[in-house]
Design a protein around this ligand. Structure first.
Ligand code: URP
Ligand code: ZN
Ligand code: ZN
Length: 471
């Protein structure tokens, strides 16, 4: 199938110009002014932005968590992603205690079988190096395209690892060229605070935030940075929510250490007061780290603008409010942690980031697509519009109005974090490797079209980038 995308404003992390893009055999084969070529499909993009497909480095689809399973499986989650202009993502494959990493990966791949609408890879979440996976097995994963190791420093009694496991994994990463990712919160201190709050009869959703103060995130972020320095591995801190965690990342980056951070869409818009909404509404906003005081929102915008934070993900981990969140009706610690977001990242960041003048268009593309692709071994196949890249393309109408509602969304959950928000700018057409998967705002992808992507090692990626700079 050949496709010609005509006359759009092509925007990458570096460029912004009007051009035609010609696609053959799933890749971009020509970019130029007024291309004189025949194509089976012509997409008129005049007046529209033509963007590289967004890359979400942080999602949880079909994941058992908090006594239930996330409501979006690979199909419904990727449907939401596609509608929002995301054409590839990296999901967390969680090692259940006592199982090997390869068994966990086989399990996760079987959940995606026949359901994929977009391309995806996996991070491996290490939970157990004693009974299940070994260090040797962990070291073998980058050769299979699993090039990032995730560790949870919180969720005591569930996913949390101790510093020994964290540090040993970091040492393996230093050897294998994997990127270490941390959920940075002090899980031991939080566990004490949660137990005390419950003993005092404090059971409402707002105690989710009050028992996870920002200092616990700051402490764990700094600890992970220092341990990564000792181990000699690169580090990526996920879902940074507050000043206390931004500051150690800023310091590390000033010093030139190999440390990167991401935040998520919701931290720019949802604050602590959302957790105080009556009639258990607050439970919709129980995700971790929790919504913080509003003052942190400017800190985060400033951090993404100045490259202290390098990516914006969704941490899409959706549960229904009416049934799944209700598991914690009488005890905030039993509310499954997580929120939806895959469909609205581009909507929200374009409207409130770009239109309202907080970041530029190129920086938006960098944060939502190029940097995640570079950091997670997908670039330049994904994350840019260049000759030879996969033809993952979003035609975005910057003037189209869109009202965000749960009733109109693709996710199976029964609420939306941004319910009723009016944005200007909407996704019109999305192509995955040259195949139209969203047409006039309708998801038309056939399940099975998406693929697993073996990602490049972090070290190799860096070496390639350095060689390019050296010319
Ligand atoms: O509340 C959240 N973020 N749920 C998903 C798991 C995680 O911590 O990323
Ligand atoms: Zn997390
Ligand atoms: Zn997450």
């Amino acid at each position: 199938m050949s496709v010609l995308i005509k006359g759009g404003r092509v925007i990458t992390a570096a460029d912004d110009y009007v051009a035609d893009i010609y696609i053959e055999d799933e890749r971009i084969s020509l970019i130029g002014e007024s291309l004189d070529v025949e194509a089976e499909r012509v997409i008129d993009s005049s007046g529209k932005y033509v963007l590289p497909g967004a890359v979400d480095p942080h999602t949880h689809l079909d994941m058992p968590f908090g006594g239930t399973v996330t409501i979006d499986d690979v199909e419904s989650g990727q449907r939401a992603a596609a509608r929002g202009g995301t054409t590839s993502h990296v999901d967390f494959c969680i090692q259940a205690p006592g199982t090997s990493f390869n068994d966990a990966l086989a399990d996760w791949k079987s959940k995606a079988e026949g359901k994929q609408l977009i391309d995806m890879g996996y991070h491996i979440a290490v939970t157990d190096l004693e009974e299940g996976g070994s260090l040797e097995e962990l070291a073998s994963l980058p050769d299979q395209g699993i090039t990032s190791y995730k560790l949870f420093m919180a969720y005591k009694g569930a996913l949390m690892v101790d510093d020994e496991t964290l540090f040993k994994t970091m040492e393996v990463a230093a050897e294998t060229g994997a990127l270490v990712m941390v959920h940075a919160e002090n899980g031991d201190a939080i566990d004490v605070l949660v137990k005390r709050a419950l003993a005092e009869g404090k059971t409402e959703p707002r105690y989710h935030a009050l028992t996870r103060p920002p200092e616990t995130e700051g402490e764990a972020t700094n600890r992970a940075i220092q341990l990564a320095r000792v181990a000699g591995c690169p580090l990526y801190v996920v879902h940074v929510s507050c000043k206390e965690a931004v500051e150690p990342i800023e310091l590390a980056r000033e010093k030139g250490w190999e440390v990167w951070g991401e935040t998520c869409t919701q931290y720019f818009f949802i604050d602590f007061t959302h957790l105080e909404r009556p009639n258990f509404e607050g439970a919709k906003y129980v995700y971790t780290p929790p919504p913080r005081d509003k003052a942190n929102q400017d800190v985060l915008w400033n951090a993404v603008r100045t490259d202290v934070l390098s990516a914006i993900s969704t941490d899409h981990c959706a549960f229904s409010w009416s049934e799944q969140k209700a598991l914690g009706k009488d005890d905030f610690s039993k509310i499954p942690n997580g929120g939806p977001g895959l469909e609205n990242r581009l909507h929200m960041i374009h409207h409130f980031g770009v239109r309202e003048g907080r970041i530029g268009l190129n920086r938006m593309v960098e944060l939502l697509s190029t940097n995640p692709a570079k950091l997670f071994g997908l670039y330049p196949r994904k994350g840019t519009l260049a000759v030879g890249s996969d033809a993952d393309v979003v035609v975005f109408d910057p003037e189209k109005r869109h009202r965000i509602t749960a009733a109109g969304q693709q996710s199976r959950t029964d609420y939306n974090l941004y319910e009723g928000t009016e944005v200007v700018g909407d996704v019109e057409t999305v192509l995955l490797r040259g195949n139209v998967i969203v047409d006039s705002g309708e998801v038309v992808a056939r399940p099975g079209i998406g693929r697993f992507i073996a990602r490049a090692k972090f070290g190799e990626q860096l070496a390639r980038a350095a060689a390019e700079v050296a010319g």
